[in-house]
Design a protein around this ligand. Structure first.
Ligand code: HEC
Length: 227
């Protein structure tokens, strides 16, 4: 290497090193030294109980993949609580309703307004998806399905994806609840739904409402109950 080259490299190194001294001078503590910051006086702190390093997590577990021993898990591997379902509703309404619709019937606004896809957004209320293992929904959200893109980057927390699965199950039940499991009171209500009043146009009544004898918006009618 010529002397001029070496001089050039040296000059560039000096210039580069001259920048950003602020980052080198930040406050920091080195491992194993004394610390005035932590109460036990040691800079090396034990792990917060329950935490797992990213590279130590079992990436193949049912919780992480939706599969166990090569088969889809049939049950959500997380305890199902009202909070979990509420979280699922929250995430579902942000990430899924515009295509799948608020009740998961595939009639989201984008679908209604003419999104052209090789396949329309699926309805969750088919027999195939009602009988499908829970793990399948997790897998679809994580890795995508057909023309639907994956959501693992938008929903990086596995717990959120399981929460959505729980909410999809709730949606499925909401549209197809076994009648024999209803109480007499619930059956009575299901058979006499209140008339639908459009929030945008309270004067316009749905079909069910327009037959209501009293004309009372909240009265409903005994029509034998919609679908
Ligand atoms: C941009 C529109 C779009 C969004 C957003 C979207 N999907 Fe989909 N989804 C689709 C389409 C289209 C299909 C049908 C794909 C196919 O059959 O090729 C589909 C299919 C599915 C299926 C059915 C898979 C099967 O076995 O048939 C499930 C379950 C599903 N989506 C869940 C979700 C969930 C949960 C979310 C939100 C996290 C979501 N989707 C967000 C468009 C979307």
């Amino acid at each position: 290497m010529k002397l001029t080259h070496i001089l050039w490299i040296g000059a560039v190194a000096v210039l580069a090193a001259g920048c950003h001294r602020d980052m080198w001078l930040q406050a920091k503590e080195k491992g194993g030294r004394e610390s005035a910051f932590f109460t036990d006086g040691n800079t090396s702190q034990p792990r917060v109980p329950g935490t797992v390093a990213v590279d130590e997590a079992d990436q193949t577990s049912a919780y992480m993949t939706g599969y166990e021993n090569g088969k889809l898990v049939t049950r959500i591997p997380v305890q199902i609580t009202p909070e979990l379902v509420a979280r699922g509703k929250d995430r579902f309404e942000i990430f899924c309703t515009h295509c799948h619709g608020a009740i998961g019937d595939g009639e989201g606004m984008i679908a209604q307004r003419g999104m052209k896809l090789a396949q329309p957004p699926a309805t969750y209320h088919s027999d195939r998806l009602r009988q499908m293992a829970d793990g399948h929904f997790f897998d679809v959200i994580t890795n995508g399905y057909g023309v639907m893109y994956p959501f693992s980057d938008r929903l990086p927390d596995e717990r959120d994806r399981w929460a959505i699965v729980a909410y999809i199950r709730a949606l499925q039940l909401s549209q197809m609840y076994p009648a024999e499991r209803l109480t007499a009171d619930q059956r009575q209500k299901a058979n006499n739904p209140p008339a639908f009043v459009s929030p945008r146009n309270p004067e316009a009544h749905s079909d069910a409402g327009s037959h209501a004898e009293s004309g009372d918006d909240h009265g409903g009618e005994a029509s034998g109950g919609g679908h």
